[in-house]
Design a protein around this ligand. Structure first.
Ligand SMILES: *Cc1c(COP(=O)(O)O)cnc(C)c1O
Length: 423
């Protein structure tokens, strides 16, 4: 028997495993709720981006907000990855994980002075600049620091990524990037600022994109811009098409990175732009199906209308269902042929009606059972909170038959150790 979404989480003898380890074992060793990652799944997801046409290559700058645990960053660094960061905190994480500052691109609409200074000091590959005001700020700080800042303009190509409105970023009404029609003027302004070095152009149009057309539409628009820039004597070294490649949460057919790469390189070649370095910033597609959230059924509760499986994980551990109405497959860790399935809402203990992880699922469960919330490797732990004074979950990396605790569970004490009572 197989799970459909995650090849490295499979049933053996009716027991769900992470690679070579039964999840029952991990629950016993580390407790629940527990994030469990497969190292091989991270590597396989990485390999999917190494399928560029012969002789071509892409610099992957992992969109680390998807999963920024040090061990995950370290694994991608070892594989050769750069990083797409969106804060000074993420910069510090990359450096703590041994990452290479020269392969960092710094995105985000609200870069603060200290973040820009830290990034210049570290020597990032470039700033993905999201407004003219930010461009001026970076130039001023670089001048103060007697250095030059490498900049790429994040343009907003006004394409519809056909994804959830909260994760669509490439439309005119979104806060991200510089309107592509204004980009030429901002590049020209950048040429007047001696502390700036223009190195590229980028866009990031959204997340959980399953179609290729939005990428190709954005690429066409960027190519027109690049050619117009060349006419003005502004030459770029790289083109960054951002991240956003979707994954299979249940029955989606995600876009294959190999196909995307083939089509991008074909378009660059056709337009005489084969000298440009290609950069991508995938996040979700590198980690989403490499993780699960393992949780214990505390109670089964039945009323006139509904059956509830109340588990020890909650919306503070995984907010995607309630925030985006997102679907995660739910697998009972032990498959019970002897027990009839019932239709359950899988909910947490938090005092909010929005505290649900899955709705209307047919599951055969008993109190004390373990269930796995699948595809929880991206935008899962990183979005977790301590709401209801709940310690955040522990995280474990499985490598074959070995498990590594990569983040120990927080203690209750740690949740309020920075607080003071008043006289
Ligand atoms: C979030 C983000 C990414 C990663 O997006 P995914 O959908 O996880 O691939 C890449 N680039 C930027 C600028 C982002 O904000």
């Amino acid at each position: 028997m197989t799970t459909t979404v995650a090849p490295h989480f499979q049933f053996k003898d009716n027991l769900l495993h992470a690679e070579g380890i039964p999840l029952t074992q991990l629950a016993q060793d580390y407790g629940t709720p527990l994030y469990v990652y497969s190292r091989q799944a991270l590597r396989d997801a990485w390999d999917a981006y190494q399928q560029a046409p012969a002789g071509r290559s892409v610099l992957i700058c992992y969109g680390m907000k998807a999963n920024s645990s040090l061990a995950v960053l370290q694994e991608f660094h070892r594989l050769g990855s750069g990083f797409d960061i969106v804060s000074g905190g993420e910069l510090a994480r990359v450096l703590a994980a041994g990452g290479d500052a020269g392969k960092i691109v710094f995105s985000g609409v609200g870069k603060q002075g200290w973040e820009i200074r830290d990034a210049l000091e570290a020597g990032v590959k470039c700033f993905n600049v999201e407004s003219e005001a930010e461009l001026e700020r970076i130039a001023t700080i670089a001048t103060q620091m007697k250095t030059t800042a490498p900049v790429s303009l994040r343009v907003n190509p006004d394409v519809d990524a056909q994804t959830h409105p909260y994760i669509s970023t490439g439309l005119k009404e979104n806060k991200f990037g510089i309107d592509i029609n204004d980009a030429m003027a901002v590049y020209e302004r950048a040429t007047q600022l001696p502390s700036l070095r223009i190195v590229g152009v980028d866009c990031h149009i959204g997340s959980q994109i399953t179609e290729i057309d939005p990428y190709l539409d954005a690429l066409d628009k960027l190519i027109l811009l690049i050619k117009a820039l060349e006419k003005q004597g502004i030459t770029l070294q790289h083109l960054d098409l951002g991240g956003g490649i979707g994954i299979r949460y249940t029955n989606e057919t995600p876009l294959a990175p190999a196909l995307l790469l083939e089509r991008i390189f074909a378009a660059l070649d056709k337009n005489g732009l084969d000298h440009l370095e290609l950069v991508l910033e995938p996040g979700r597609s590198l980690t989403g199906n490499a993780g699960i959230l393992l949780t214990t059924v505390e109670y089964l509760k039945h009323n006139e209308f509904k059956n509830f499986a109340i588990v020890d994980a909650a919306m503070n551990d995984l907010i995607r269902p309630t925030l985006y109405d997102a679907w995660h497959d739910v697998e009972p860790v032990t498959r019970r042929a002897d027990l009839p399935a019932q239709r359950y809402d899988v909910v947490g203990p938090i005092c909010e009606s929005g505290d649900w992880l899955a709705r209307d699922r047919d599951l055969a469960l008993q109190p004390g059972d373990l269930v796995a919330i699948m595809s929880a490797g991206a935008y899962a732990f990183t979005m977790s909170s301590q709401y209801n004074t709940r310690p955040r979950a522990a995280e474990v990396m499985v490598d074959g038959t070995v498990s590594h605790l990569i983040r120990r569970r927080e203690t209750i004490q740690e949740l309020f150790q920075n607080e003071q009572t008043i006289p």
